[in-house]
Design a protein around this ligand. Structure first.
Ligand SMILES: Nc1ncnc2c1ncn2[C@@H]1O[C@H](COP(=O)(O)OP(=O)(O)OP(=O)(O)O)[C@@H](O)[C@H]1O
Ligand SMILES: [Mg+2]
Length: 339
């Protein structure tokens, strides 16, 4: 059977900017697949090409075996696309907007009304369906957007940053809904720069950096790849920079410590990559103690998807976002988004 989604050696430039250099992945029917990468890594460009909204420079794209480039109409019928930016017409009501969408997809009149009601109920927006969408909250707009993308019952749903800017309640509602769709057989491709989101939802992940896929696998496979015989120790919140620097320097000299990463974005915390077999924790604690440095707040963890990204690129996803965002306060934005 053909994969539900096939992206092969995709390339796309905007003038001199090589937005997508080499992206390939295949998604099996009924999978939730995550495309994870920092700002500007080429996620939106990839899925806009896949969803017939942009013509790639080269590469092969197929939905359920139908070539997107050769037969875009058939491919589009099987696709639902939820854009990153909510682009609702603010003057229409939610119901009117869904009716318009149904007309675009040539839904037969007889099934149109009940289908709209069903979607409104499913996404719990029936009570606001006759209000103008200009007055919807971010979460309500996103749900309406989802309803619009799902009206024609696509077998493949593509979502670009489905929960960015949503509060925690709307976010979990969207997650629940996507899992339910998956259980009913819909194939889902989503992009995200939230590690938590991809980890929670996706069966498999492709990590994309600067227009190239750098790793593909299940979240736990990817973690095991970088993990192997290593674990991460996190030491939180040294009060002063000199303290953190002293700790960094002392701990770097320990034979059990393979790598020390100072995470200045997180209150001078240190991430230590240590040998799993050795008693690294005790060695670290006694080193800090004899130097008169605080030893509380040391936690031990298996590698996260961020460690996968770090191992592949030498940067954390957060660093990459900060670099892309320039002066924007990424940490604060993240906190707000997680609320
Ligand atoms: N219409 C455009 N014209 C010129 N350059 C563009 C255009 N759209 C995107 N780019 C550039 O292409 C690169 C990839 O952008 P893209 O939007 O695909 O990234 P992304 O991974 O979706 O980022 P984000 O996480 O911020 O949504 C970036 O360098 C971006 O500035
Ligand atoms: Mg994007």
């Amino acid at each position: 059977m053909a994969p539900a989604v096939l992206v092969e050696k995709l390339k796309k430039s905007y003038g001199d900017v090589q937005a997508v250099k080499d992206v390939s992945f295949a998604i099996e029917p009924g999978e939730i697949f995550g495309l994870l990468g920092p700002n500007g890594s080429g996620k939106t460009t990839t899925i806009r090409c896949l969803c017939t909204l942009m013509t790639p420079d080269s590469g092969r794209l197929a939905i359920n075996g139908v070539s997107v480039l050769e037969d875009p109409r058939t491919a589009r019928q099987m696709l639902g696309y939820i854009a990153q930016e909510v682009a609702l017409d603010k003057v229409l009501t939610g119901r009117e907007l869904l009716e318009l969408q149904a007309a675009i997809y040539h839904l037969p009149k007889a099934t149109l009304k009940p289908r709209i009601e069903q979607m409104l109920d499913l996404l719990e927006i029936a009570d606001i369906a006759d209000k103008k969408t200009g007055n919807y909250s971010g979460g309500q707009q996103k749900r309406l957007d989802l309803a619009a993308g799902l009206l024609h019952q696509p077998s493949v749903l593509v979502l670009d940053e489905p929960t960015v800017g949503l509060d925690i309640e709307s976010r979990t509602a969207v997650w629940r809904f996507l899992r339910q769709l998956r259980d009913e057989g819909t194939t889902i491709l989503l992009t995200s720069h939230y590690l938590e989101e991809v980890d929670a939802l996706a069966g498999r992940v492709a990590i994309i950096d600067k227009g190239e896929v750098i790793s593909t696998g299940t979240p736990s496979d990817l973690k095991a790849q970088v993990g192997g015989d290593r674990i991460t120790l996190r030491i939180r919140e040294f009060t002063t920079d000199p303290e953190a620097e002293k700790a960094r320097s002392l701990l770097s000299d320990l034979p059990v410590v393979q790598e020390v990463i100072v995470n200045s974005a997180q209150g001078n915390s240190l991430n230590l990559v240590v040998d799993k077999e050795a008693d690294a924790l005790a060695a670290v604690q006694s080193t800090l103690k004899s130097a008169g440095l605080p030893t509380f707040g040391i936690s031990q963890s298996q590698p996260s998807l961020d460690d996968v990204y770090l191992a592949a690129t030498g940067r954390t996803l957060m660093d990459a976002e900060m670099a892309a965002a320039g002066k924007r306060d990424v940490k604060k934005e993240r906190k707000q988004n997680m609320r």
